[in-house]
Design a protein. Sequence first.
Length: 318
Amino acid sequence: MLRKFFHLLNKDLEEGNKIANQGLSNLKNKKVITIGDKTLKIDRKIAEGGFADIFRVNDQAKFSDSMPYALKRMWVAKPERKKGNLLEDASEVDSVRTAFNQEVKILKQFPDCPNLVKMAAFQEFEKRDGSEVFILLEYCPHSTLFQLIEEHCKAGLKGITNEKDLYKIINDIANGLRVLHSKNVSHRDIKIENVLIGTDQNWKICDFGSCTDQQIVARGQDLDEAFIEISKMTTMIYRAPEQLDQYKGCDISTKVDIWALGCVMFTLMFQRPPFEDGMKLAQINGKYNLPAQPSYSPACISLVKKMLQVDPNNRPTA
């Protein structure tokens, strides 16, 4: 079941990676790049996402290899350029630009939380066909939750059965969300790919391009436009019911992150997500299947159920 989930996710990422590489200079052939006041030596590519590549780089000002960073690179094409191998949809151009601006804004706003990845610098380089934009981030060398679960799956293990370890992960994510939510900011894309383990052994939320401080009021607002944005900025299987059904009559607030955290916790416990693609109706109604005899305490099962409440008002706060 989980292998199918990973396969489908990787297939979706392939399409996004085509966009991420459009118009970009070949960073692999560069040895040094300057971002802000830092001169950085390019080491290697460590990750690819829907609209970005991430490289491991080292600060040239340091005399050892003890100061690595993660360098996130995105390409923002000019909207009027619609031929060749550039982005053809102006709305896609807007999405990448919005994601870059929003990520920089959020990282500048919350520089000190141990459970949010930190930013060291950012830079934009104008090119003939668009802009190459970079964000220099804290380097987390070990793994994402995605990789942790994949390793458990390959080893034949049945989820994270040590509840102390499980609670550590969920508490760290919740702490990061608590900081965001204190300023009414919703992350909107909490998922196992967007949680990293840092060198300080804290789990950290990353990828803030989908964040918003705008809450959607169910009545008196153009919901069609709002739901178009939700479809672009969120991941289907982690969406809360109020993000899927615009006629549900629920405001869309920071509580969407609590639902997504419930999905993350469920996946860590049972090595499968509570909802998969094609299960929209079940997702809207909060219908998911727990094992008949789960090997977790009643308190642990209760926490998952509380986060996966259909009514956002019944979900706990971070």
